[in-house]
Design a protein around this ligand. Sequence first.
Ligand SMILES: Cc1cc2nc3c(=O)[nH]c(=O)nc-3n(C[C@H](O)[C@H](O)[C@H](O)COP(=O)(O)OP(=O)(O)OC[C@H]3O[C@@H](n4cnc5c(N)ncnc54)[C@H](O)[C@@H]3O)c2cc1C
Length: 453
Amino acid sequence: MFRVPTPALSRYESIFLKTTKGVFETDDHGWSELLSARTKNSALIGKHRVPWLVIGAGITGLCAARELATLHPNESIILVDAREIGQGASGRNSGFAVSYSQFPGAFNDNLLGEYQRVNRINQTGLSLLRANVLDNDIDCDWLEDGFHHAAIDQMAVHECEHYKDYLQRLEIPHTELDQTGLQERLGCPVYNRGFHVHEGALLQPAALVRGLADTLPNNITLFESSPVLHISYDEPISAHFASGTVKADKVVLATNYEAGRLGLLNRRLIGSTLSGSFTRVLTSSELESLGSKQQWGVLSLHGGGATVRLTKDGRICLRNTAEYHGGQLLTDKQLHQRQTIHREAFERRFPQLKHVPFEYAWSGVEGISRNGTNFFGQHKRNVFVAGGYNGSGVSRGTAFGSALANFASGGQSALITDCLNSKKATWLPPRPFLDIGAAFTVRSRFKGVGLDR
Ligand SMILES: Cc1cc2nc3c(=O)[nH]c(=O)nc-3n(C[C@H](O)[C@H](O)[C@H](O)COP(=O)(O)OP(=O)(O)OC[C@H]3O[C@@H](n4cnc5c(N)ncnc54)[C@H](O)[C@@H]3O)c2cc1C
């Protein structure tokens, strides 16, 4: 079940990276593990000179590179990732592409503009993603049927009133559901109250990013297992790899919480490690006990609550841990320990499936900031950065990546303005206080979670 981690680097690269502390750890767990094997692109070797370099091939980088290729069809673009496609957060998330974000707490009239700005970005991202999936025939279990937001325990049930008010005031299409309605749809007797929000897509995240990477326009060259170890920001900008360099006129940095390794967003963006499990594929009678829909997704109305999905291939997927772990994935031993927490939450929700074993477990690292903001803009001359979506980066990363490519090309648009209007990030304290503060920030999301975990 937990296979030995495969760093996917040559012996020379491994030795070089260890000695330079440039190790970008990975494993082969997560949604990629459910897919068939894929031939990865080669690592970057030698000297290259291009107008554009995109660093990071998650959703943000893939969408930025694609947009650059459309804007500059006669220019060469190099896209690199430290890992294999699908091994960053974009291939390890829970696969909810939202149209509307959930803002905890009572509706705040002063924040109406902010709610609308964020939702406009989500909606543009969702439309762009839909077009990419359809135009490129990407097989990623795309289902656009919205999803559920539900509550079990006191605090989340209380949050239902706030959420209902928000849905009504913003005229977001939804259906309110009581315990019976939720049980009919999900086969889960413990959700007391919730909503089906009609817009939003579910998808297989690793299949999505693989599909985006494998259908890139011809003027993009993608290199995998190619960490940028150091950047010299003098012009032309030079990115240094274990076995090569790229000199570029302009750089798009889409490295999420790892931007700090290249000297940007330090003490503003950190990684929070999440984990979850998948059951084996359920039998038809087990599936019949899970309500009327063939696929569904549930987001908790408590910020620390579990995210649950019935996947297209008939598994329950449940994610419910988050911790500060220095931006690292969990080891197999740690994953095994976290499975106790996944298991408890699974059996509480689906007592009729207590006999069903988990088949896979995975962890992933999301980029979070102290005040929940996102990052977009120019950080040095000809260096453009987007990322850090606090657990909501599928639609938003698509929009930010595409907008960043336009912005770096001198464009202007309503989307760019919305992205530029992201709040300024609050600073995090220096180490060792950073580690304490980060651990506290992540842990505080579970306050009052109760049975929603
Ligand atoms: C478990 C989990 C569940 C989540 N669930 C959801 C969800 O359901 N819906 C949602 O909207 N969001 C969700 N998120 C958040 C979402 O996955 C992220 O916000 C989004 O994928 C970020 O995309 P990105 O391209 O900016 O970053 P990433 O996907 O992290 O990509 C950054 C890439 O940069 C590469 N990189 C870093 N440093 C270097 C370097 N020096 N050189 C070369 N490459 C480098 C990394 O290898 C990585 O592949 C979840 C996240 C996690 C971890």
